[in-house]
Design a protein around this ligand. Structure first.
Ligand code: F1P
Length: 350
């Protein structure tokens, strides 16, 4: 069956999230002590491809939850343009992210940071014995999210969850930790309830461009969703911060454009106005939101309402399974095999 590994890993995400929560539960004090002891003025998250987009989500979540200034960079920039990233006088916490833990750029970046800057390193991966993990002063390993597939799905959300947990520990925020503990059960029931909706959108004909819009913690998810559509279904896909879409990219909207909006609570008024506007331009619209109202229902051709009861940060990984399922079924509808995406390998070696 085409894509059997990918779809199994998409549906296995809630279980992988449970493993992250149970693995990290006894390590709370160790993680908090390490993060506090780093005494960093800024956390720099780094990755490649999906893991770079994960770094974007992670940085927004880390600042939003722990209030430590954070930034996402592409791993290759660290060793090619270090001066453009690091300032002499600043004390950094470096957080390299890599599903495999062996991608050349992330290993080179981490070696650079450890040798040239001696910055404390929190390594995030799915493999305990990987080159990257071995370089971490502390490591977060999402062992339940190891994947056979080339494209990353559950590894993205599971590693992001581990970083959200670390941020909540640094903030000593019991409410935030309590929110994260609800995710596996919520994920299970939401995928059950709305998986078919995502599938039907993926299988819809007459779509040639896929646009994903997200702000704050949702911007990295929008980029990752566009990459999934590109990798699995070989589609023209792009991602933008919500309101940035009006500043030029909006020109590409036509009736063959599918626009997916990650609705946040923080920006929902602006975001739903934008959705109404692009629907007026002829786009097919898909909204994933915490709670619907008349304006969202009017603007969205397709709607997923999470009703999680969680805040904008804790809730964010609940959106991703649906754009993964969408990309997966779009690939199948084009006769492609998501387990074997064209031109790609599971790990990039320079
Ligand atoms: C990241 C990555 C993915 C890409 C493909 C190849 O690898 O480049 O972003 O989609 O799966 O691997 P890693 O450093 O996270 O292992």
């Amino acid at each position: 069956m085409k894509g059997e590994h990918t779809i199994a890993e998409i549906f296995n995400q809630p279980e992988a999230w449970s493993k992250v929560l149970s693995d990290l539960a006894p390590r709370g004090e160790e993680i908090e002590r390490f993060l506090r002891g780093a005494g960093a003025g800024e956390a720099v998250f780094a990755g490649c491809g999906s893991s770079y987009y994960l770094a974007q989500s992670a940085a927004a979540n880390f600042t939003g939850i722990s209030h430590l200034p954070s930034r996402a960079v592409m791993a290759s920039e660290v060793f090619i343009f270090p001066d453009a990233i690091f300032a002499e006088e600043m004390k950094y916490l470096f957080v390299p992210i890599s599903r495999s833990g062996t991608t050349s750029e992330i290993v080179l970046a981490t070696k650079y940071v450890r040798e040239k800057m001696r910055a404390p390193t929190l390594a995030v991966s799915c493999y305990e014995d990987s080159d990257l993990a071995k370089m971490g002063d502390l490591k977060l390993i999402a062992r339940g999210a190891q994947e056979k597939s080339v494209v990353m799905t559950g590894s993205y959300t599971s590693m992001l969850l581990s970083i959200q947990l670390a941020a909540s520990l640094l903030a000593e925020d019991e409410d935030a930790l309590g929110e994260l503990r609800r995710l596996p059960e919520l994920g299970e029931s939401l995928i059950e309830e709305y998986g078919d909706t995502a599938e039907s959108i993926g299988r819809r004909g007459g779509i040639s461009t896929l646009i994903y819009l997200g702000s704050g913690p949702y911007y990295g998810l929008a980029n990752e969703s566009a990459l999934k559509a590109k990798e699995m279904s070989i589609s023209h896909s792009e991602a933008y911060n919500c309101l940035e879409f009006r500043h030029g990219p909006k020109s590409i909207v036509d009736p063959e454009t599918l626009i997916t909006l990650f609705v946040s609570e923080s920006g929902r008024g602006y975001e739903v106005d934008l959705l109404k506007e692009v629907k007026g331009l002829g786009a097919v619209t898909f909204a994933i939101c915490e709670r619907a109202d008349d304006s969202i229902e009017e603007a969205a051709d397709y709607l997923i309402e999470l009703k999680s009861g969680l805040g904008d940060y804790a809730r964010s990984i609940l959106y991703l399974p649906f754009t993964q399922i969408l990309g997966y079924h779009r690939a199948l509808s084009k006769g492609l095999d998501p387990d074997n995406p064209r031109n790609l390998t599971q790990v990039v070696k320079l």
